[in-house]
Design a protein around this ligand. Structure first.
Ligand code: ZN
Length: 672
């Protein structure tokens, strides 16, 4: 059985294991497997009419639909699979309080969200690494507490929300914040099957399912029933499974060998081992259970850098198991560990040191079953086929080997002018659902953020007409004002980097790379998407299509060879095309073009290269593309060609040494 199915099944047997994160490229049928799991979960009994899924045996005392009578009718329903779309609103996730009714009628009316729907079922987040930061926080809180809290304008509601969290992600598109990573009990890596025969089988099944859904599911029903029975048996066996001293010693030895952080790893590994024993029909945890559990519970808890290979080193695992293996088998296992299927203990690690988070945002979630890489903008054939490979430039051999980037520094914030409406981030100004209040308007739908002062002001003139005599404002629906908030959005930062020979010495190129690397780090912290176009020799290339993975961008940049002529126009046209495609995929995300060049356009004789570059710049300007030119001109004689290009782009031109954040401070002081 493959790891993914096994990990899901272990959670089905013991929800205390704490969920599964599935890492892998697109088109690996991740969501199909998750749906298949939900179908075999045992049904749950629910208090009739309760929208919050109360268990009749132990109804939630705070249930908004409660209190429930102990002898309420309790029909059974299948365990739910609830999908959280990455672009979901806060209200959609936690539910919404009807502020209108609260204020005008004095009624507390609550519409349950996805957390309520997922209670006692599965909460599935496809592309969890693209989930909005704010949603991640809400999700972590709910997962940690097993409850959801909603508070608006002083009215609050809470309800139970215990769910099996299953997430999928494509690591190429950016990593998960460590606290969120730790929240998943198990992780598995999946890859599309490489063998043609296996691939063909997947496709065949898919066609079969599409062509004859009923017949297909009938065939699978038999298997499902068997699986559901086995899960039920394993659940029933679970409380009797014994984790002996020896097995426990092996669990802790393995966790120590992989230098995992915190005790949570030991707890999850132990629980997964117990679940595996129950699943395998045993009542004692064996070394094999520990081995399987470690393989699933530890990979994401190791301290590692983004370039480390995924998974666990099997030799280290075997060595650790071996070292902790007892000399003589003992006949005296310790009493069972209490593991009855409650929530995992909290280890209090959810706050604390956070490297710049990167959960990205949701506007470009692609559907799961897309074929590999179908989510990327498709450049003309043959030009960017190597986005997964390690070489970035096509045919012409580099005239100069790639130089390593120079030292990175804290970059100043470059922003897109105007006010956008993109998903939250930390770069350019934007209307958003978070941020500071800048005004109010009449609500288009339900009020989500009340602007109290403006509401009172709107209601005040009507008080006499409404017959108010004593204290207490008489509010009506038309008085309500929605606050408008201004925060910041993330952007798409598209780097267009001149890698031609005119860019100067190796030292100079190192400085250029160091500067772009600094801007990349900055983009990561500001939750931007990044892309990289390079040009040199005979043309331009989309070295990295827009992605969340700043690591990938940094790797492409570091390996970028330089030399040859300088086809600036080709670079700008390539950028223009890339942005056009991206605007279709992710229309709300405003782009920022960062052109890094000395502006010396060169190429074949008899062509006005400078003129072509200016025309290409004009095209971008006409499309309303915001940009910055980073002038890399070196030497005593300055031509100022980059500034000229900047003018045609309608963009500011900055010198390389003006990119640092400190530089900004100094300039401001000089001006004062
Ligand atoms: Zn209830």
């Amino acid at each position: 059985m493959d790891d993914m199915r096994l990990a899901l099944l272990l959670n089905a047997v013991s929800p205390a294991v704490g969920g599964v994160l599935v890492r892998g490229e697109k088109g690996t049928a991740k969501s199909t497997a998750v749906r298949a799991l939900a179908a075999v979960l045992p049904p749950v009994a629910v208090v009739a009419g309760c929208r919050f899924g109360c268990d009749p045996a132990a109804p939630d005392p705070d249930c908004p639909d409660g209190p429930h009578l102990t002898d309420s009718p309790a029909p059974q329903r299948p365990a739910r699979l609830v999908e959280l779309p990455v672009g979901a609103s806060e209200d959609r996730l936690v539910g919404s309080l009807d502020i209108e009714r609260a204020l005008t009628e004095g009624v507390k009316s609550f519409e349950p969200g996805l957390l309520a729907a997922a209670h006692r079922g599965v909460l599935y987040v496809d592309e969890v690494n693209l989930l909005h930061d704010h949603l991640v926080d809400l999700l972590l809180d709910a997962a940690a507490l097993g409850r959801a809290y909603v508070e608006r304008e002083g009215v609050s509601v809470q309800h139970a929300a215990r769910f099996l969290l299953v997430g999928t992600m494509n690591p190429e598109e950016g990593e998960l914040r460590p606290q969120l990573l730790d929240r998943f009990g198990l992780t598995v890596e999946v890859a599309a099957p490489r063998e043609p025969e296996l691939r063909a089988e997947v496709v065949r099944r898919r066609f079969a399912a599409d062509a004859d859904p009923a017949g297909f599911s009938a065939r699978w029903d038999v298997e499902e029933t068997a699986l559901a029975d086995r899960i039920a048996e394993a659940r029933e066996r679970l409380p009797r499974v014994v984790l002996g001293d020896d097995a426990l010693r092996q669990v802790t030895a393995v966790c120590a060998a992989f230098e995992v952080d915190g005790l949570r790893a030991d707890i999850v590994t132990a629980r997964a081992a117990i679940a595996h024993a129950a699943w395998s029909g045993r009542e004692t945890v064996t070394e094999d259970d520990v081995r399987v559990a470690a393989r699933l519970a530890l990979p994401h808890r190791r301290r590692r850098n983004p370039f480390d290979a995924p998974g666990l080193d099997p030799d280290t695992l075997e060595q650790a198991l071996d070292d902790a293996r007892p000399e003589e088998p003992e006949d005296d296992p310790t009493p069972p560990e209490g593991d009855g299927g409650g929530r995992p203990e909290e280890t209090g690690e959810s706050a604390g040191e956070t490297p710049p988070g990167r959960e990205g945002t949701g506007s470009d979630a692609d559907s799961t079953e897309a074929p590999p890489s179908a989510g990327d903008p498709v450049p003309p054939r043959g030009e960017a086929d190597d986005t997964d490979g390690d070489t970035a430039l096509p045919v012409p051999a580099p005239e100069r080997a790639a130089v390593d980037p120079g030292e990175a520094f804290r970059a100043r914030r470059l922003e897109v002018p105007g006010i956008g409406e993109g998903v939250a981030g930390r770069r350019s100004k934007a209307r958003s659902d978070r941020g500071r209040v800048v005004g109010s308007r009449r609500p288009e739908g339900a009020v989500t953020r009340l602007h109290l002062v403006d509401t009172v002001v709107a209601a005040a003139p009507h008080q006499r007409a409404r017959g108010r005599s004593g204290p207490g404002l008489r509010l009506q629906k038309e008085d309500l004002r929605q606050a408008t908030l201004e925060g910041r959005e993330g952007n798409l930062v598209l780097f267009v980097v001149d890698a031609s020979g005119s860019m100067g010495s190796a030292d100079r190129m190192a400085a250029v790379k160091g500067a772009v690397l600094s801007l990349l780090v900055d983009a990561y912290q500001r939750r931007d998407k990044v892309g990289l176009v390079t040009f040199r020799g005979s043309g331009a290339e989309l070295a990295l299509p827009p992605t969340w993975s700043v690591e990938a961008a940094a790797a492409r940049l570091t390996g970028l060879p330089t030399g040859g002529r300088s086809p600036v126009a080709a670079g700008l046209l390539r950028a223009h095309e890339t942005l056009r495609v991206e605007a279709v995929r992710d229309p709300r995300r405003r782009p920022l073009l960062v052109l890094v060049t000395d502006g010396r356009a060169t190429g074949a004789r008899g062509v006005d290269h400078l003129g072509e570059a200016r025309r290409a710049a004009g095209l971008l300007r006409a499309a309303g593309t915001a940009g910055v030119v980073v002038d890399c001109e070196a030497g005593h004689v300055r031509l100022g060609l980059a500034g000229d290009l900047g003018a045609h782009l309608g963009a500011r031109t900055l010198r390389l040494d003006e990119l640092g954040a400190e530089q900004l401070v100094r300039t401001v002081k000089d001006a004062a």
